[in-house]
Design a protein around this ligand. Sequence first.
Ligand code: SF4
Length: 461
Amino acid sequence: MSETSTTPVRLTRKPERRTPPGPATGTVPGSGKTACIRTFGCQMNVHDSDRMRRMILDAGYAEVTRYEDADLVILNTCYVRENAVDRVRGHLGELTRLRREGRLKKVALTGCIGAAEESETLRHQFGIDLVLGTHNTYELAEFVGLPTMEETYTPELPGTGGEHSAFVTIMTGCNYGCSYCVVPMVRGRMVCRSKESILSEVDRLVEGGTGYVTLLGQTVDAWRRDGERFCDLLEAVAERAPRVSFTTSHPSNMEDRTLWAIGSRDTIVKRLHLPVQSGSDRMLKIMHRGYKAERYRRKIGVFRDAAPEGTLSTDIIVGHPGETEEDHEATLGLVEDCSFDSAYVFKFSPRDGTEAATLGEPVAPEVSQRRFVEVLRGIEGNAFKRNSRKVGSVEELYVRHGANEDGRAIGETWTGHAVHLKTEANPGEYVRATIESAGPHALYGSLCGSPYGDLAPYGDV
Ligand code: SF4
């Protein structure tokens, strides 16, 4: 998708902007009920919050952004991050104070902590009015005064609408049992939504002006239904939506034909996020990942053949119990071989209820820290080299985030690179830009026709 022409052109292929269905964000209506939703954690939670937002709006609430302006506060929580429960406790303490002062009526706790054992303790300690897990978010409807929703499982609920980009949940839960992960505990086993239901949601979104659809699931490429697999669904969505992406994948489910589809379909962003976690077969076995490093390398080879300019990202855990120097060296070797464009590198921290929390002596913190830095350096070195190759190219960018107060916006190339640039284009619009410089985490560009060098690297170190 990159090219060498420098003709200034502002592309017009974009969805018409629509005003999102009107939360009075940041303002307090003169009368009526108000609610504030605070979201922690991953994109699945963001998506669940969108669903809950629809319910509260349907129930006549106006959305506000500050706790003190709300009649109802919903904390949609994440269990994955370190000290997640402590963080939520802090928020609950603040809400208890507001309630004592008569400035807040009700509190709901939802999401992953709502599904965990700690939720009962929190309910009693802070007098929470409603606790819901990730599997029964729909019960919020009744709580806010809507008719009870008959729902067998969450994915049939439609997601966001009317925005320039939207997430479409195609499956929930996970059938794997990775040693360190709470997802199977809090989100349950995999449930795949029907293709028909997914496609009708995509059609509705595209008709409503959505120009970018991201298919969402914990192991999105594990989707299968009625004899069809993820690639069949992805291709059908790519026929309907102008721009398509998906996250997150599992290496054991990733088929070669999906990788070739990413490379060959014009409407699919050439980006792959494929968490590897470790480069050591011994650690992959301890983690119950279900594949070996060589198999992962082979898949990456197919992706690089299918989409040579595409971006590849991964997740890596350092310091998992039992990780030796030899295992760490194997991870560094894989990082070098795969030349990732970016990665989320995590230092292991135990989660209650997971197998890894019972695996004995953790790796010493200073050793974990050193390994963390070494992996990060390897990733960033390769990413910088790969990003530098883009300098001088002219790219069509989808504006993901409009300009901030400094006038800097963030666009995305068809290869999945983030590009910082100055533009007044709205999110969802396409612009054409020259890539002027590169850092390990992003590219820096200027709109075709605008002066060179008006944007210094920002945030890249
Ligand atoms: S595949 Fe992903 S979501 Fe499932 S258990 Fe492993 S890390 Fe967790």
